[in-house]
Write a protein that binds this ligand. Structure first.
Ligand code: PMP
Length: 423
């Protein structure tokens, strides 16, 4: 794509210079975790080496510097998704963010059950809606919330071509629906879901929307307030940032009314032996010592991505995705998951190789330097829906090149002949 040079970008990622037993590394597992540019690694080290201190407390210079860096990071990451800083809650990752929401919603007694808690409490007869394509992180917390409250968990099915069945969505989402949780992009199908349609169905039903933006944040320009969702989560390590950091975004009125999940230090105003008053968001949801160096490094990741222009990143990745698709369609015995026509996608393809187990495919590719993911990718119901237990997933990011896609396709075309699978 014009204005974007993947080869220059590669130079910023030290690990991409590695080889795997003599073969150059072709890293196609960015949907599981992305690689980190030097700017991110350096930001974390620079903070730990030069400004580390506990934030929000203490009168000393280092504490003030650390607090400023930490809150600047919040502003930077919030701006990256179109939000204001007070709308961004640090979490340890997307899983933690989704659990925070599911536990807070069910926490009707916390803060002694004020009107806010009642607004969000669930009861038998209420319904929670997810999709059949969920990552387990956006499924199991809702199963458990349903079990705690007596609510019913329902789902929007996935069509044969990977799109969500919006016709069924319109009947599943109704007046009993309290929550609609769905992925912006499934980590197996790669399709950008119709957020606006789902948000309008949920709004008409008066339900809260919870968006899992793990697989879109690293790849698309993302403006969460414009998407209109009430709550959204994403994960730092999938967007060039460090492990142990992620964020929960919330509409201000929702966060202000939402009871906390974890309680303890840093989220309170006045505490007596009997009771506590809570801070407003985002601090209300940030009990305990926060992942400060990781937040600062995530801001460096976001500045790195922002400096590249996400529209140009997306255009480059779309070229990679299209090249992958053309090649995959030419290899006999490959069944793609989610190859719907005319949908917007990220550069990710999961597929089944007829007659060869996904783990064997993964090892065969690894021996040629190509790193892909194999297994159920934390989406067992989706694999079951397609009649398989495992798939192979190749996922690209901004630092991949068309040459690397060719290396992958070349290696993959040798798999079935090697294993003697029928053509
Ligand atoms: N949702 C999706 C769509 C994901 O791909 C992942 C990571 N595989 C998660 C949630 C969970 O993210 P984390 O493990 O970083 O909390």
């Amino acid at each position: 794509a014009a204005g974007f040079d993947p080869v220059a970008v590669r130079g910023d990622f030290p690990i991409l210079a590695r080889d795997i037993d003599g073969a150059p590394l072709v890293y196609l597992d960015s949907a599981a975790t992305s690689q980190k540019p030097r700017a991110v690694i350096d930001a974390e080290v620079a903070f730990l080496a030069g400004a580390n201190a506990a934030v929000h407390r203490g009168a000393h210079t280092l504490a003030a510097e650390a607090t400023e860096l930490f809150e600047d990071a919040r502003e930077t990451v919030a701006a990256f998704v179109g939000a204001r800083p007070e709308q961004l809650v640090w979490t340890s990752g997307a899983t933690a963010g989704l659990n925070l929401v599911a536990y807070a919603l069910g926490n009707a007694s916390i803060g002694r059950g004020g009107p806010a808690a009642r607004r969000f409490s669930l009861a038998p007869g209420d319904e929670i809606v997810v999709t059949e394509s969920e990552h387990h992180a956006n499924l199991i917390p809702w199963q458990e919330l349903a079990a705690r409250t007596g609510a019913l968990l329902r789902h929007i099915p996935v069509l044969d071509d990977g799109r969500l069945d919006l016709g069924v969505a319109a009947s599943v989402i109704g007046e009993r629906t309290r929550v609609v949780a769905f992925p912006h992009v499934s980590n197996v199908l790669g399709i950008v879901n119709p957020v606006a349609d789902l948000v309008s169905l949920a709004r008409a039903a008066g339900a809260l929307t919870v968006l899992d933006a793990c697989q879109s944040a690293p790849h698309l320009p993302l403006d969460l307030p414009t998407l209109g969702v009430d709550l959204a989560v994403f994960s730092g390590h999938k967007m060039l940032g460090p492990y142990g950091i992620g964020a929960l975004y919330g509409r201000s009125d929702v966060l202000e009314a939402l009871p906390p999940f974890l309680t303890g230090g840093s989220m309170i105003t006045t505490v007596t032996l009997d009771r506590a008053e809570y801070l407003p968001p985002p601090q209300r949801f940030e009990a305990g010592t926060q992942p400060v160096s990781q937040a600062i490094a995530l801001a460096a990741a976001v500045r790195y991505l922002g400096g590249l222009d996400m529209a140009a990143v997306h255009a480059h990745e779309t070229a990679l995705e299209q090249r992958m698709l053309r090649g995959l369609r030419q290899i006999p015995g490959i069944r793609l998951l989610g190859d719907a026509d005319g949908v917007e996608r990220v550069a990710l393809w999961a597929f089944d190789v007829a007659g060869v187990h996904a783990h064997d495919v993964g090892q065969f590719l690894d021996a040629r330097g190509v790193a892909v993911r194999v297994g159920h990718h934390c989406a067992q119901p989706l694999h079951r829906r397609f009649g398989i237990t495992a798939s192979v997933r190749a996922s690209a990011a901004l630092y991949n090149t068309e040459d690397e896609i060719d290396v992958f396709l070349d290696a993959l075309s040798g798999v079935r002949p090697f294993f003697g699978a029928d053509a």
